[in-house]
Design a protein around this ligand. Structure first.
Ligand code: SIN
Length: 303
């Protein structure tokens, strides 16, 4: 069997498959369905300083090839995550986990990370500067090189753990944002978060989502995400987590050829909760079919 293992920011992964933040809860929910230790790791739900109910309902709209969400960073807040969610995770997951951190100011990202620093199981921080569903903070930091630099410098000043900045595709030039993160000391970038989208209800003739717009994800976004990973790989030296519409082991291999060291699986988990497991289990077949001996060797191979 070919070698599935890769190394992400110095931390070994048994395989490159990482369920994406917001589609996998705090992990233990999925452990009721299967042994989640077969994953490379996963990124837990974006966590903020305060508990958040999120945006008004409805906040999900299904589409032909994906989903528009406007969740609005619903989460119990960092204190409750530490007190209640992570202890449950520890019982069922025995690998380093990726902590997705969100905030409304650079100080808030810092405070959340400072609180999470005592959690040994956290291997990486995925710093979300790309949430399209909140008015303040969120994607606004990821929309300019200056904003991305400010948050990157702030979080890097308070932790030695790798910080992977999660980027929005809703910009003219994602490459300039990735470069700003790298220059400010980021250890990696993950891309892409969701693309602005909406649906209109033909019966009410009004937007389906209460917040009108949301973030679109799903298989239709794959070629866009792949293109952005390809472009960013040419511009930076730090590792990339490739996310966006990945639904099969073939997609995962394509992402790695474009330049991803590891691959996020998002919307696919909402369609089929076993999707990430199936991708891990199907990778050896796809590697054999395309003559790939080691996944670590193909990163950026399309360049
Ligand atoms: C949300 O909670 O609104 C989604 C998170 C994100 O897209 O970053």
């Amino acid at each position: 069997m070919g070698k599935l293992n890769v190394t992400l920011c110095g931390i070994p992964l048994d395989n490159p498959v990482i369920p994406a933040s917001g589609t996998f809860g705090y992990g233990y929910e999925f452990a009721e369905l299967y042994d989640i230790n077969l994953l490379g790791t996963f990124s837990f739900k974006g966590t903020t300083r305060e508990p958040r109910y999120g945006n008004p309902l409805p906040r999900i709209a299904e589409c032909t090839a994906g989903i528009v969400n406007s969740i609005g960073l619903q989460n119990p807040g960092v204190d409750k995550v530490i007190a209640e969610e992570l202890p449950k995770l520890k019982k069922v997951f025995h690998k380093p986990v990726m902590a997705n951190v969100s905030g409304f100011s650079a100080e808030e990202y810092v405070e959340v990370i400072e609180k999470l620093e005592g959690e040994e199981q956290i291997g990486w921080y995925e710093v979300n500067i790309s949430c399209p569903n909140v008015k303040k903070g969120g994607a606004s930091f990821g929309m300019t090189p200056e904003g991305a630099e400010t948050v990157t410098k702030a979080v890097k000043a308070v932790t030695k753990k790798p910080c992977i900045m999660k980027l929005t595709p809703n910009v003219t030039d994602i490459v300039s944002i990735a470069k700003a993160c790298e220059c400010a000391g980021a250890d990696g970038v993950s891309l892409i978060n969701t693309m602005y989208g909406m649906r209109i209800d033909l019966k009410t003739k009004k937007p389906v989502i209460a917040n009108r717009m949301g973030g679109y994800s799903g298989p239709a976004t794959f070629p866009v995400a792949l293109r952005m990973v390809y472009q960013v790989y040419e511009a930076v030296k730090i590792p990339i987590v490739g996310i966006g519409g990945v639904s099969s082991a073939e997609d995962a291999v394509e992402m790695m050829l474009a330049g991803a060291t590891a691959v996020g699986v998002g919307a696919a988990n909402c369609v089929d909760p076993w999707a990430s497991k199936k991708i891990v289990e199907d990778l050896p077949r796809v590697m054999e079919k395309y003559g790939i001996g080691s996944l670590g060797d193909i990163v950026g191979g399309a360049h």
